[in-house]
Design a protein around this ligand. Structure first.
Ligand SMILES: Cc1ncc(C[n+]2csc(CCOP(=O)(O)OP(=O)(O)O)c2C)c(N)n1
Ligand code: SF4
Length: 276
């Protein structure tokens, strides 16, 4: 019998060098993901990272597994489709706050209620980094640095953890790129959780939000134990300033995994359906 190969975190990195700006939080998210993959001993051939578009969404290219760099805001649609058709795979979806909560917001809320057994990592820097610094759904209403929203947006931001909870997510956590070991521990729990796991990762964008470099002084590990009570969880989320990290809520809800034969077995069959 052949022994399964044990990889170290660095072995899960691909040969492609990240092109993120120096100091970008996404570097540490990549480190945390590869640490979690090593801790779980994930099989590279059976792990798929799916993303949308954005600086954060480049991440699958930097991991030595299967990956799909998709369309803006549609990573979750692809990832859920993949997982229900190939339940044997470990599926991770990734992206930014713009990708996941703006153009992809609809997919996010429905993924929370659907509860497919997969993990979603949203790298939140409260800005659209790739397109040069527009406000996103998590940007504070009075953030003045964007030329596109002089005087601030004046719009209240989303609270991603609260949104996930009310939409029905079964695992909700918050991590910080500045604590890759803590984030890796959360990711291990998230990947092991049976159902849809959502992790909001505070991941600073030093280029367009240099003030976020101060986050390291404000982020703290939550001293409160994880709860499976959504009422208690929502009270905690509302009372928090959005800077506490840890698993905020974890509960057991039936996983969505349709059985039976797939309606289309071959790609050629699907292509045939579109012939004029
Ligand atoms: C359909 C579509 N609309 C708009 C864009 C332009 N676009 C590319 S990335 C992006 C936002 C990325 O921001 P975010 O998801 O927060 O990721 P970050 O770059 O900050 O990591 C936008 C609006 C696009 N690529 N496709
Ligand atoms: S623009 Fe911001 S999010 Fe994009 S790579 Fe640079 S620091 Fe990171």
């Amino acid at each position: 019998m052949t022994e399964a190969i044990k990889f170290k975190a660095k072995d899960y990195k691909s040969a492609v060098k990240p092109i993120w700006c120096p100091g970008c939080g996404h570097f540490s998210v990549l480190n945390a993901i590869t640490k979690a993959m090593a801790a779980l001993g994930l099989d590279k051939d059976n792990t798929v990272l799916v993303s949308g578009i954005g600086c954060s969404s480049r991440l699958p290219a930097y991991v030595d597994s299967y990956g799909f760099h998709g369309v803006h805001g549609r990573g979750l649609a692809v990832a859920q489709g993949l997982k229900v058709s190939r339940p044997d795979l470990t599926v991770l979806a990734l992206g930014g706050d713009g990708d996941g909560f703006s153009i992809g917001g609809n997919h996010f809320i429905h993924a929370c209620r659907r509860n497919v057994n997969m993990t979603y990592i949203a790298m939140d820097n409260e800005v659209y980094g790739m397109t040069k610094g527009q406000a996103s759904p998590t940007t504070a209403p009075d953030w003045l640095d964007s030329k596109l929203t002089p005087g601030g947006t004046g719009i209240r931001p989303f609270q991603p953890a609260g949104l996930a909870l009310t939409a029905g997510a079964s695992f909700i956590a918050r991590g910080f790129s500045g604590d890759p070991n803590g984030l890796a521990r959360i990711l291990v729990e998230a990947i092991n959780h049976p159902g849809f796991s959502f992790i909001q990762v505070l991941s600073p964008c030093p280029t367009f939000r240099p003030e976020q470099m101060e986050w390291k002084h404000h982020v703290r590990v939550s001293e409160i134990e994880t709860t499976d009570d959504p009422i208690l969880a929502v009270q905690r989320i509302q009372a928090d300033d959005g800077m506490s990290t840890g698993i905020l809520c974890q509960r057991q809800i039936p996983v969505f995994q349709p059985g039976g034969k797939p309606p289309v077995a071959e790609v050629a069959q699907l292509e045939g359906a579109f012939e004029l």
